[in-house]
Design a protein around this ligand. Structure first.
Ligand SMILES: [Zn+2]
Length: 333
């Protein structure tokens, strides 16, 4: 995979970016870095920019030249001084780390450095972590190892203490929006609700934009909510089918339902339609808001959160969903 982005393309993450630029400016790269932050926040992209700039032989302080051989090789994904370790299955094994260690013994071919990126480093088995620790204790002078993780707590303390840790923060909604616009997507309808759902993570926003399922599921989930409200007697079992089909991404369905009830609550309490997350569904929300009592909406939100907790704790899925649906339908004063 190539790399055609630069630090100037990174939106937000000012602390991380300015600190990495200082490292490049002073030529003071250390041997190990941990980039920690939510999945989809851009850790790997920043790691690749940092790596390609470190390897560039014609770099001007903090920007790579894009013309030298290391830059060309990097862009085409063939720079032998850049090595990526990532999980092929569920985990990064001790063998994966041993292969990397064999490579690390070979001196750099084109640059003064060799950069190793271990993506989703928390997927390393304990053995793998202990194995890499040996390298972190005595790395060759030219080696720079970057570990990215959304869960740095699952890395051994001994690994963390030997690394410089950079924390990637969630972006603001405005920043997420800029990231989306940067990708020059043509269809930007409904972008506001996607930004809200993305919760400060640009990668999540981009995934949602591309996901046809997300839009369909949102429409269906809203339909479920309205059905539960408007019918005296409906068959919970029919509605359950939708949840059965979406067992694997029930978390996202529950999110959608939560945010819809949240919008109804906001519309009810404040009447301010400008702060609705589902801004493109404003008409439906305003049309239905009178039919809900505040206490009922709060109760429904609690019922969904309870269902989510129970599913996480491996309770019987069908039972949890049916109980939730009954609570959502129940009249409450
Ligand atoms: Zn270059």
């Amino acid at each position: 995979m190539g790399c055609n982005v630069n630090f100037s393309d990174i939106i937000g993450q000012n602390e991380v970016v300015s600190s990495l630029k200082a490292v490049l400016r002073d030529d003071s790269a250390r041997h190990a870095y941990i980039f920690s932050g939510p999945e989809g926040i851009g850790k790997r992209m920043v790691a690749r920019i940092f790596a390609s700039t470190l390897l560039c032989s014609g770099r001007n302080s903090v920007e790579r030249c894009e013309n030298c051989q290391p830059c060309h090789l990097f862009s085409s994904g063939n720079n032998p001084d850049f090595y990526v370790v990532e999980a092929e299955g569920a985990s990064i094994s001790v063998d994966d780390i041993r292969r990397m260690q064999q490579d690390i013994c070979i001196r750099p071919m084109y640059s003064g450095k060799k950069v190793y990126l271990i993506a989703e480093a928390d997927k390393m088995t304990v053995q793998a972590q202990n194995c890499i620790l040996k390298t972190l204790e005595e790395p060759p002078g030219y080696a720079v190892i970057i570990l990215t993780t959304s869960n740095s707590n699952s890395l051994l303390e001994t690994i963390r203490s030997r690394s410089i840790i950079y924390n990637f923060r969630k972006n603001t909604d405005e920043e997420v929006k800029s990231c989306i616009l940067k990708k020059e997507l043509k269809e930007l309808e409904g972008i506001d609700f996607i930004v809200s759902y993305a919760d400060g993570v640009p990668g999540k926003a981009l995934t949602l934009i591309e996901s046809e399922d997300f839009r369909l599921n949102r429409d269906k989930a809203i339909e479920v909510i309205l059905k539960l409200k408007n019918s005296e007697l409906i068959c919970i079992f029919d509605i359950y089918d939708f949840f059965e089909e979406n067992k694997d991404n029930v978390d996202s369905i529950l999110d959608i339902m939560l945010l819809f009830y949240r919008d109804l609550l906001i519309a009810k309490k404040s009447g301010n339609e400008n702060i609705l997350i589902n801004s493109d569904k404003k008409d439906i929300i305003l049309k239905n808001v009178d039919g809900f009592k505040i206490g009922k909406l709060i109760g429904n939100i609690a019922a969904i959160e309870e269902a989510r907790r129970n599913i996480k704790q491996n309770a019987n899925y069908q039972l949890v969903i049916e109980v939730m649906l009954m609570k959502l339908q129940e009249e409450k004063i």
